[in-house]
Write a protein that binds this ligand. Structure first.
Ligand code: FAD
Length: 419
């Protein structure tokens, strides 16, 4: 191994108050970390999941589970119970454009028992997975564990440290897996830099009231130089609005009334309920990024999910790609980790590299498809025709629609659970 990591810096206030041992330390209890921890625990691997927050409730995180994830849940025998959680279903993604309606993605063409996107509150989904994982004695979840240091010895990551009640705590592991999201602290501690591309937009997320008898509506509308997406939730509309990259301070400076009236120009039928937006605190900004690490691993350390590759929100695939990473990581690592649990020893970095090898191509392809999906929005924001006639013909071609449904619904290829 040519790369080495700097030795861990000692906390100014001293040594950890306790040192726990486990086989796999997973940092971050989002979709990737939670599914990985569940799969490893289920395979008999001792796993400690460190989650910075005390609960899973965050405003506006991805809530869309695509057929790929529903099939994975089915393989785990969890699909029926998952479907008992409050949810809505989206079988296709129709968009109103200035040039007419378009349905770029229709999941009903897929051969799958779940030809739809399931919209379920991410916090509920994560609690559901945590409850399931807690059935296995090898699973340990530590909440309010905000990891701030890596334990590094001889250039190998041996675990992580967090500051919590009573001081610093440490967990030592045969492998540490970072699933701590797009602003990954572990990635920074390991000195890994993502490479990315400039995405021309940011998005604002907010809720609008949903009234009894509201007719189903298009998933999105491109008009007036902006894109508005509408996710039908149990009791509200979850709305996303595109704004020009970096323009949020300017949008805020113009005032909420001006913002509301611009949105109303795009969706006049919602003009009255836009008045429900009374304060900027009701809106969440997602600074859109699309990047990936050239290398997802260091000795003793693997990164997956958004920590390895932040996805653009186009087509809502972020959770699904992250969970597929988790399944591949578990498939590759479970048996070797079980062996090390018995006999000790390190996990060779070649195994960590194998996870990247299996996932990098699908991630890059999906990011390329997302880039295409962003084009009409970027064109509309720049005042150009959003979907010119040639693009419209291409998207409507049956072969293209099938490929889009396949890539976005199931991933570039299916990822079966093999643990
Ligand atoms: C506003 C918004 C809307 C989105 N909409 C969609 C959508 O509709 N569909 C979709 O598929 N995707 C969507 N995404 C993207 C999606 O949420 C992510 O792609 C997905 O959650 C990635 O999963 P992950 O497990 O890799 O990371 P995350 O979900 O980001 O989870 C990371 C976890 O790590 C924890 N953590 C962070 N730092 C530390 C630390 N130092 N120590 C311990 N724990 C830590 C965090 O608290 C978090 O729980 C959206 C994202 C945002 C922000």
């Amino acid at each position: 191994m040519t790369d080495t990591l700097a030795p861990v810096r000692q906390a100014a206030d001293g040594e950890p108050v306790d040192v726990a041992r486990t086989t796999a330390a997973v940092v971050g209890g989002g979709p990737a970390g939670m599914v990985l921890a569940l799969l490893l625990a289920r395979a008999g691997v001792e796993v400690t999941l460190l989650e910075a927050h005390g609960d899973f409730d965050r405003q506006f995180r991805g809530d869309s589970l695509h057929p790929s994830v529903l099939e994975i849940m089915d393989q785990l025998g969890l699909a029926d119970r998952l479907h008992r959680l409050p949810h809505t279903r989206v079988p296709s993604i129709p968009i109103d454009t200035p040039e007419g309606p378009l349905v770029p993605v229709d999941l009903r063409v897929l051969r799958t028992p779940f030809p739809y996107i399931m919209l379920v509150h991410q916090a509920r989904f994560l609690e559901f997975l945590a409850e399931e994982a807690a059935r296995y004695p090898t699973f340990r979840l530590v909440r309010s564990a905000n990891v701030r240091r890596l334990v590094v010895e001889g250039g190998v990551v041996r675990g992580a440290r967090w500051r919590g009640p009573g001081g610093w705590h440490e967990v030592r592991a045969a492998v540490t897996i970072a699933a701590d999201g797009r602003n990954s602290k572990v990635r920074a501690l390991a000195g890994l830099e993502p490479v990315g591309r400039e995405v021309p937009m940011d998005t604002l997320w907010f809720r609008l009231p949903r009234r009894p008898g509201d007719p189903p509506r298009s998933w999105g509308r491109l008009a007036g130089g902006r894109f508005l997406g509408f996710l039908q939730r149990e009791d509200h509309w979850q709305v996303t609005a595109s704004i020009v990259k970096g323009s949020y301070p300017h949008v805020r400076a113009e005032g909420l009334a001006a913002f509301r009236s611009r949105l109303a120009a795009t969706v006049p039928e919602f003009a009255d309920r836009l008045l429900a937006l009374e304060d900027w605190s009701e809106l969440s900004l997602l600074s859109v990024r699309a990047d990936r690490l050239p290398r997802w691993h260091r000795p003793g350390l693997l990164l997956i999910g958004d920590a390895a590759h932040a996805m653009s929100p186009a087509a809502g695939v972020g959770i699904n790609v992250a969970i597929q990473d988790a399944v591949v990581a578990a498939n590759v690592l479970a048996a070797p980790l079980r062996a090390r649990q018995r006999r000790g020893g390190e996990v060779p970095e070649s195994l960590l590299a194998a996870v990247q090898r299996r996932r990098e191509v699908p991630v890059r392809i999906i990011q390329a498809v997302q880039r295409l999906a962003e084009r009409p929005i970027a064109a509309a924001m720049a005042g150009r025709p959003a979907v010119p006639p040639l693009a419209r013909r291409v998207v409507r071609a049956p072969g293209v629609r099938g490929v889009l449904a396949r890539f976005l619904g199931l991933g570039v290829w299916r990822v079966p659970v093999r643990t």
